[in-house]
Design a binder for this molecule. Structure first.
Ligand code: T4K
Length: 407
């Protein structure tokens, strides 16, 4: 580790010093538990010769995950994006659907991909989630649904959004990709709205390599989605509906089972990491580590900071560049906002007027490597650089400007 202290910012890697970490430390390193158990299951899969198509491990994963979430139906899928697409179709959404722009692009793609217009709605800058009052303003005669995203695992204003959906006869879907294990008013996320969607991508709190699920207490909806994820097949040769291939494979379910078995321990570890960062980064003007509700369950997968550049004297993007040079691969999720991405920006060129909260957050958010993949020493080292950079924000910012000018 290179030496860093408050007066040694000139030793920053970006200014010519040695990087703090030789190998990069990423946001989103997978959590892998019960490796032995997983490998035993992989062998069983190979011995059975049953690799996919609603195999025994997929069924076991569905049962155990449904129990954990306390929902009637857990329909496992090949990834979160396909799960969103299938849920959207099964719910009969069409025309326009209200979604946040401050989300991973898949939330909007799942609509646009099937010819449905995402209508971007602003978030509440305090919660980073859909603002229900703004949702009401974005509804039109063409709107058929609302998709709320439980960003960072912090549940949306579920009650208020449910009321909007009820008042305006809208379908309500939650993108719960980040929220496995989170609760809202004492109930696990999963049973709210018409359905909720999880992602089990490698980077997620619960990972199955790739994977996802739609969860619902509506049995008919679940039955329709089970058909859709398997080409619409109902038994041999009998195709009863339109469908695609949304199936989870056995090896993915085996990974899910191994990880699910240790979920409480993972939450504890994630919480320790998050709390350590929070303690180390408290009290720095212009920096806030977002809070999780002490009265609810959270998975603590994401360590999300908000940077106020005026107070710190340094831009969030400069901090990201400095951290990357040190081997800390901090991320700007979800920059620049979906409405500013190529497939959307032409049509949504005036959206910024409606999305001031989104625009602001896209310049402020910084995600640090969290979860089980960083240990206490690494958290302390990363926190130390962040503290040092922010405390010397204006000076470092000037140095960077001079460096770029020379370059
Ligand atoms: N809705 C929401 C709200 C979502 O956040 C997501 C996914 C979805 C829907 C769609 O679900 P899926 O269809 O993906 O199941 C990552 C993930 O690829 C994406 O799944 C996730 N959201 C998003 C928040 O994060 P990127 O562009 O950051 O991915 P990538 O490849 O840069 O991975 C991040 C870092 O993780 C890497 O720099 C290194 C590390 N990593 C990654 C992988 C894949 C590893 O260490 N090992 C690995 O195997 O989007």
């Amino acid at each position: 580790m290179a030496l860093l202290s408050e007066d040694l910012y000139s030793k920053l890697a970006i200014l010519g010093g040695d990087p703090l970490f030789k190998s990069p430390i990423h946001v989103g390193r997978p959590t892998i538990r019960n490796r032995e158990q997983f490998l035993i299951r992989v062998n069983e899969i190979l011995n059975r010769g049953w690799l996919t198509n609603n195999g025994p491990y997929v069924q076991e994963f569905e049962r155990k995950a449904a129990d954990y979430l306390d929902v009637r139906n857990f329909v496992a899928m090949c990834n979160g994006t396909t799960a969103l697409e299938i849920a959207i179709r099964a719910l009969g959404m069409h025309g326009e659907v209200v979604v946040p722009s401050f989300t991973f692009v898949a939330t909007a793609h799942a609509l646009q991909w099937q010819g449905i217009k995402p209508v971007f709605c602003d978030i509440d800058p305090r919660t980073h989630n859909l603002d229900p009052n703004e949702v009401r303003r974005r509804l039109s005669t063409r709107t058929t649904g609302i998709i709320g995203v439980h960003l960072w695992g912090r549940p949306c204003a579920i009650e208020e959004l449910s009321q909007v959906a009820l008042d305006h006869n809208q379908r309500l879907l939650f993108d719960a990709s980040h929220a496995f294990g989170s609760s809202y008013r004492g109930r696990r996320v999963g049973g709210f709205g018409d359905a909720e969607v999880f992602s089990f991508h490698a980077t997620k709190f619960l990972n199955t390599f790739e994977g996802g699920a739609v969860v619902t207490n509506n049995d008919d909806l679940a039955a329709a989605m089970r058909l859709m994820r398997n080409f619409g097949f109902s038994g041999f040769d009998n195709v009863v509906s339109l469908g695609i291939n949304g199936k989870m494979s056995e090896v993915e379910a085996a990974m899910g089972l191994s990880n699910l078995a240790d979920i409480d321990a993972v939450i504890e570890q994630n919480r320790d990491t998050y709390c350590r960062y929070r303690a180390a980064l408290t009290g720095i003007p212009g920096l806030e580590v977002i809070a999780y509700d002490d009265n609810e369950d959270s998975n603590f997968q994401y360590v999300v900071c908000e940077i106020d550049s005026e107070a710190t004297g340094i831009l969030r993007d400069d901090i990201v560049e400095i951290l990357h040079a040190e081997g800390v691969m901090a991320r700007r999720y979800f920059y620049p906002g979906v409405h500013r991405m190529a497939p959307y920006r032409a049509e949504y060129s005036d959206s910024s007027r409606h999305l001031p909260g989104t625009e602001q957050l896209c310049q402020r958010v910084l995600c640090l490597p969290g979860g089980t993949a960083v240990d206490a020493t690494e958290v302390d080292q990363i926190s130390e650089i962040v503290r040092m950079v922010l405390r010397n924000g204006r000076t470092i910012s000037n140095e960077l400007r001079a460096l770029r000018h020379e370059g």
